[in-house]
Design a protein around this ligand. Structure first.
Ligand code: ATR
Length: 264
């Protein structure tokens, strides 16, 4: 039986096993997908198990998307440009790192009834998934990307990688058309301490968090008459792309698939 893992720390919250195992069953693939909490020192040995064919593929989540790179033989162009890997596969005996967060985010945004081209984007946070979001937004021809992070240095570091960025202090709220919460604030009912009362209408509030489905940030956006979307489809699309890379099959995404991820 083939074996797949998602590695990260923490990993308890991950719904990837639920989704992948569902698609594996649906496609009659004799494989299992599990989550594994690891420490940085374990990265090399778990990745080497792919080369030894004891493991067939790995998804990588917070905080190891960059840390896995030195142990890989090749990177896809997107993984190279973002220095972020979330899917590992063995191809012609080479360990190859892919980034499916970019396609996941892009597809999720394209599904929305919101024209993103030419829009002014404000990103909160500078963690593991943010380079992928910036890369995707750039490709979608947004007009400006402003970013703010509690630890400003991390946002400044991203600017050396993505010249389009405009870094502002944590706590400041610029004018925007789209605001993206890419912090972990909201996972445990936290509030983001910004005064949104003057942002106006017809904006998009997008939260990368999908569990809970309605964070305080999204509630606030809704209350002010704006469109609010959580990260569930981004999560499902990145998983579908990883599934396609490993199994060569595009999994079907239907309402039942999305229901799997509720109330967990
Ligand atoms: P990592 O930073 O390890 O990649 P992440 O979950 O991808 O982890 O990112 C967490 C994000 O949430 C970071 O932008 C983090 O800000 P810092 O870089 O300052 O740590 C942000 N974050 C977490 N807790 C926060 C808090 N209480 N207030 C503001 N931002 C917070």
């Amino acid at each position: 039986m083939k074996k797949y893992f998602v590695i990260g720390n923490p990993i308890d919250h991950s719904l990837s096993p639920k989704l992948h195992n569902y698609w594996l069953r649906e496609n009659n693939i004799n494989a299992i997908y599990e989550k594994k909490k690891i420490d940085e020192k374990d990265i090399q040995s778990i990745i080497s198990e792919i080369k030894e064919k004891k493991i067939n593929g790995i998804n990588v989540t917070v905080p190891f998307k960059k840390a896995v790179i030195p142990y890989l033989d090749k990177l896809s162009p997107e993984a190279e440009l973002t220095q972020s890997v979330n899917t590992i596969i063995l191809m012609d005996n080479n360990l190859v790192g892919y980034n499916t967060d970019i396609s996941g985010f892009t597809k999720a945004i394209k599904d929305l009834n919101f024209k993103i081209e030419g829009k002014k984007i404000f990103i909160l946070g500078a963690g593991g998934v943010v380079p992928s979001i910036i890369f995707a937004l750039n490709k979608m021809n947004v007009s400006e990307i402003i970013i703010s992070n509690r630890t400003r240095q991390k946002a400044d570091d991203l600017k050396t990688q993505f010249k389009i960025l405009n870094v502002i202090d944590w706590g400041d709220l610029p004018k925007f058309d789209v605001i993206i919460n890419a912090t972990s604030l909201g996972l445990n009912d936290e509030v983001i301490n910004l005064n949104f009362s003057d942002v106006g209408e017809n904006k998009l509030f997008y939260d990368v968090i999908y569990n809970p489905g309605l964070t305080n940030f999204l509630k606030e956006g809704k209350k002010l008459g704006n469109q609010s979307e959580n990260g569930k489809l981004m999560f499902v699309y990145q998983a579908a792309h990883a599934f396609k890379l490993w199994h060569g099959i595009e999994p079907i995404i239907k309402n039942e698939t999305l229901k799997l991820l509720e109330n967990d």
